[in-house]
Each structure stands twice: as structure tokens, then as C-alpha cells.
Design a protein around this ligand. Sequence first.
Ligand code: GTP
Ligand code: MG
Length: 367
Amino acid sequence: RSLSEAMGRPAKTIMSIMFKEFGEMVTINQIIEEDTALAVAMELGVDLTFKKQKGALELVEEIVEQEDAPEDLVTRPPIITVLGHVDHGKTTLVDTLRNSKVVEGEAGGITQHIAAYQVEYNGHKLTFVDTPGHAAFSEMRSRGANVTDMVVLVVAADDGVMPQTAESISHVKASEVPMVVAMNKIDLPDINEQKVLQELTAQNVLPAEWGGETEVVRVSALKGTGLDNLLETLLLTAELHELKANPNRPAVGVCLEGFRDEGRGSVAWLIVQKGTLRIGDAVICGKSYGYIRAMYDDQDQQIEEAPPSTPIKVTGLDSVPGAGDHFVVVGDIEQARELAEERRHEGRTDVLSRHSGGPRTLDDILG
Ligand code: GTP
Ligand code: MG
């Protein structure tokens, strides 16, 4: 049918060519190969070109990248990813900052997935993305580094620069985001701060105290030492980079994790990057779509709306989206459904043609 429409010839004409030339009986809904369509077009003297339709992915990217007018931009909290080697104290750091005890609930004390939390300090909000330090979770660290405005690299003073510290540094360098080093566990005896600074320098991370660009803040995540200093350094860095977003536009952002929850169905852990996400919004997230049914903040409290840089969990999507998928709010649920379905069938080509000559009758062709 679409070939007939594109060429401006009756479907019956195509059917009869298919039968005559290829010995194939086709129906109007049948999908035929690109080569076959070209051969049919040639028979009819139609100049047919195939053009890949603008995919859902491109449409979503367009919405994501849509520029906002400068006067619509307001300051937003920085999104800070915490990176570092396993057991260097990333989760403890975030726990102490927000007065929680996530680390105690972790199997074997090892972070298995990416998670995001918000902290308030002196009236400023900061969003932290905790990542696993384990060697197996390289992809999650790179995903964390992608949504981020800046990085806190946690280096345990008693252990120094280790393989995942070095790997994290290379992610940071690749993404060109500013980085602050938290030299952790300074409460431990017999630590050698100079050795850690040397190891950082060997990775081309030159400490500010040695004339370089990178602030190295001494902290004890466990005891809470130095955390004010760390937060102030982070807020200062955020201020220098003038992080802004337009809260008054359809929300866009990233899915950090998706999972299935027994009571709530598919749950997506999202970070809003621009705009404000609200209950009832029609959303497409990767290949999933739906209305935002409920929204929870990082304390699992229900909320109605989420401005830029807010980490939230949402329910209402028809399936579990993939980690790293972008989400965008679209006009209505029909559009969301269409886009999601299109993404599920991505790679499909659609036929377009330039007509040459008017339609002919079946008799002309069968002549
Ligand atoms: P992964 O998520 O598995 O990569 O580890 P992590 O970097 O999140 O480390 P986590 O916060 O789980 O801490 C690992 C261990 O180090 C725990 O036993 C913490 O209690 C301990 N720890 C963290 N920070 C400090 C600190 O400042 N001082 C001391 N002495 N111990 C700390
Ligand atoms: Mg952890």
C-alpha cells in the first residue's frame, strides 16, 4: 500500500507486476523487500528513492537538545557524581552528607547499582550520584560520569590511587567535567598524604596545593571531618560554572536505573536535567512510555513535581526502561506511545519517491 501511495500507482498494478515478474501473489498489507520495490518501480518507469524516516531517537534528541532562551534560565543544583575505587568510602560519604545509612543495607557493603540523592547545605541543594567502585561496574561509572556536572573522586588515604581510581580519572578527563578529590579516611593512623598526592600527580591530576588545578580536600566520611570544606569547594565550583536550566519547559533527563517493583510495577530512577516533571506527564523513556503515575523523592516520599537536577523514582511506564536512556515529556500519551513503538521497530525504512509520469492503468502495464 505505501509503495502504491509513494508511486501514485494503483496497488493492483503492483500486485500484477509482482505476479508477472516474480511469480508472487502479494496482498496490500504485505511487506516487500527494498530490491523488489525498486524492480517494480523500474517496470513502471518510476524513479524511486529510499529515505530513512526521521527516527524516534532523533526526535527525542531534538527535544533534549532544544535550546532555551537565556532569560528563561535559572540556577539549578549541581549534579555531582561520586567516583572511586571499591571500599574507598563513596557511599559512606553520601550517607554522612545526607544523614542516612544506605551503606548498612548493601549486600557485602558493596554498591551494586547507581543511585542519586539530594543534600541541602546552607540553603543550596546538591545532587549526588553514587556509583559502584567494583571493577565489574565500569559501564555504570561511565554512565554516572555522563550525567554529571562535576565529580568527587574519593581516594582512601590508606590505599591511594588504585585501578578504579585511575579508570575514574580517565572517564573524567574524557568528559571534561571539573573534579574535586576527597582524600578520605584521614582519621586512620599511619596514612601518608604526600604519597597520595604523588600518585594523583602521576595520573596527571595535579593538586592545587602543588600549583595544579585540582582541589584535594581531606575528609573522613565516617567521622564527618572536612565535609563542610568539601561542600563549600563543590558549591564554589558549581558557581564558577553557572549551572542553569529552564524549569518551565517539558522535562527532559536521564534514567539512571530501571527495575521492577512488586507493588509498584516498573519503576524508573530518573534525574531531571531541564524542565519540571509532573504527575500526569506523558513520557517516553527509551523504549518505554506512559503517564507519570507517582513520583518519589530520594527519601521515598511522594512528590508532585520535580524541578531540574532532582533525582526521583517514578511509576507509570509500561515497561522497565534501560539505564542511560533519555526521557522526554511529550504532548500526549498517543505521541509517547507512537514514539516508543517506533523505537521498538527502529531500523525500519520508509519509502518515499519522486514521481515520474502520471499513474497508468492496469491495462497499460499488462498491455
Ligand atoms: P563500593 O560502593 O563497594 O565501591 O564502596 P564504597 O566506596 O561505597 O565504600 P563504603 O562507603 O561502602 O565504605 C567501605 C568501608 O570503608 C566501610 O567499612 C566504611 O565504614 C569504611 N569507611 C568509609 N569512610 C571511612 C572513613 O572516613 N574512615 C574510616 N576509618 N573508614 C571509612
Ligand atoms: Mg558504595
